[in-house]
Write a protein that binds this ligand. Structure first.
Ligand SMILES: [Zn+2]
Length: 298
């Protein structure tokens, strides 16, 4: 070691000392200012934060639907089903008329999910009049997409309110979380509901059979892709319950082989990113109530 390097070591030690001192100050400042901020943030997270609103329809044609939704207490059921989510603010679920537009969305500015009467009306109109050759019952084709649209939009709300990091397209992530939640409904309800949602995507895929270039620009997957993604997650989660989906060729074997891994990936993400914000005791209590169970067709 020569003299000059010794000198530089000495001055480096002095610099290191100053650095350490500054670091200690920064750490202390962090403890003083940041920790209370974190404590404040977690203390504002609360369960039972789902509000509801049935907006009186301005279009008289939506009146029967409005009354049906109220009579079946659809929003009350979602409010209770989602009550275990610990959120920093209230999330409002609303059914409303949308001036003829068949749509549903989450609004960040006022933390609300809106599902249009027009969308639910379309779901009702597209439902088959009798059980299809694939075994889809009319009630499944109504209830499945109705549950899915709320869960999909609530997924967007959860990503926003809890600042959940997302890799890939948000629309795909919202589809995945909605599918995951559907699969937690219990085997029979999951099977019926998923069948109804698959029917809807199948219907949309047929309606969009003449592909235009702009269809590929949509933020959502194509209906046919959403159809296969849904079936894959379902088969991956419950291979016995959905075995016929592969056996009958609704989900190609080539895709089916990787579905257990696809479901595991979604399940892992939910466990790591969403579960910390779920009140487990309340979740078990709510699950036992089977809130989204519906009466079979007579
Ligand atoms: Zn979406």
């Amino acid at each position: 070691m020569n003299k000059s390097s010794l000198k530089s070591n000495v001055s480096r030690n002095a610099a290191t000392g100053r650095l350490m001192k500054n670091l200690v100050i920064v750490l202390l400042m962090s403890v003083i200012f940041v920790l209370p901020a974190i404590a404040k943030e977690t203390s504002t997270l609360k369960s039972n934060r789902i509000g509801i609103s049935y907006v009186t329809p301005s279009n008289p044609a939506h009146q029967p639907l409005y009354e049906l939704l109220k009579e079946r207490r659809i929003l009350e059921r979602f409010s209770e089903l989602l009550s275990p989510l610990r959120l920093p603010t209230r999330l409002l679920l609303r059914v409303d008329g949308c001036d003829g537009e068949s749509n549903a969305w989450y609004e960040e500015s006022d933390h609300s999910v809106t599902v249009c009467y027009e969308y639910l009306d379309e779901v009702l109109r597209y439902a088959p009049k009798e059980t299809t050759a694939a075994g889809i019952r009319p009630i499944d084709a109504v209830v499945g997409p109705t549950i899915e649209v709320f869960l999909h939009e609530v997924s967007h709300a959860v990503f926003d309110l809890l600042k959940i990091p997302i890799l890939g397209r948000e629309e795909d992530a919202a589809d995945q979380l909605a599918s995951y939640w559907l699969l937690q409904l219990g085997k029979e309800d999951a099977r019926n509901t998923l069948a109804g949602v698959a029917f809807m995507y199948g219907h949309e895929a047929q309606a969009q059979s003449a592909k235009k270039m702009e269809h590929f620009a949509d933020v959502h997957g194509l209906p046919a892709q959403r159809y296969y993604n849904l079936l894959c997650i379902a088969y991956g989660a419950e291979p016995q319950l959905f075995a016929d989906v592969v056996a009958k060729g609704y989900l190609p074997q080539s895709r089916a082989e990787g579905c257990a891994d696809e479901y595991r990936q979604v399940s892992y993400a939910v466990k790591k990113l969403i579960r910390p914000y779920v009140d487990e005791t309340l979740r078990k209590k709510v699950k036992a109530k089977k809130l989204l169970r519906y009466e079979p067709v007579k």
